[in-house]
Design a protein around this ligand. Sequence first.
Ligand code: MN
Length: 244
Amino acid sequence: MNKPLIGITTFREINQRGTYNSLNYDYVKSVLNAGGVPLLIPLVDEKSASEYIDKIDGILFSGGEDVAPFYYNENPTRQLGGIDYNRDRLELKLFNLALEKKLPIFGICRGLQLINVACNGTLYQDIDSQVDKVLGHHPNNVARNEFYHNVKIKENTKLKEIFNKELIFTNSFHHQSIKKIGDNLIVNALSEDGIIEGVEAKNLEEQFILAVQWHPENLCENYPEFLNLFKLFVEKAKKYGDNK
Ligand code: MN
């Protein structure tokens, strides 16, 4: 009864049959398994963002393309990947409206980067060319549901509470990462080379924001402790919905 409605952002996929708005089904499955009702948000004009925000109880910013460096006042480097301005504009609008309403927010991979940019932070456009002694973060031909590198979780963070471990293993599919941390966010996880692998709101009681650089949705089935991220987010969304 009264399961919370969880908005999940999608990406534009153009193939021979036309334009699609797509999402890896593991996001949907993880939200379902955590007790939420997933609602995919198509790439509509940002003017429609409030229609979605008014109806949902939590929002999950999913993985995907690079955020346009225009939104953090940088010129593109030659290693920048594909960008979608339509998606950037919509997601930035969704984020700002979610903040206004104190809607619980969860970010995964690009989602973490989008949240950081929306909070006035910046990104490394390409860690391989911009970060000294960076390790591997975007392997080719590696299963998405297997571990790749380890991540150190910081003390006194919500993430530490969730995993109750100092060191975990995660998958990794990103060539960008946070450079300057955004306002009112703190780092909760780092990889051995110093790459920021997770952030959360400074004051989680005031505004629930949790985001990770890896892909927990692909790990939940093999490693159920990763579902706890979704469970906590869905729980916060339920509380939000119950008080609406
Ligand atoms: Mn990584």
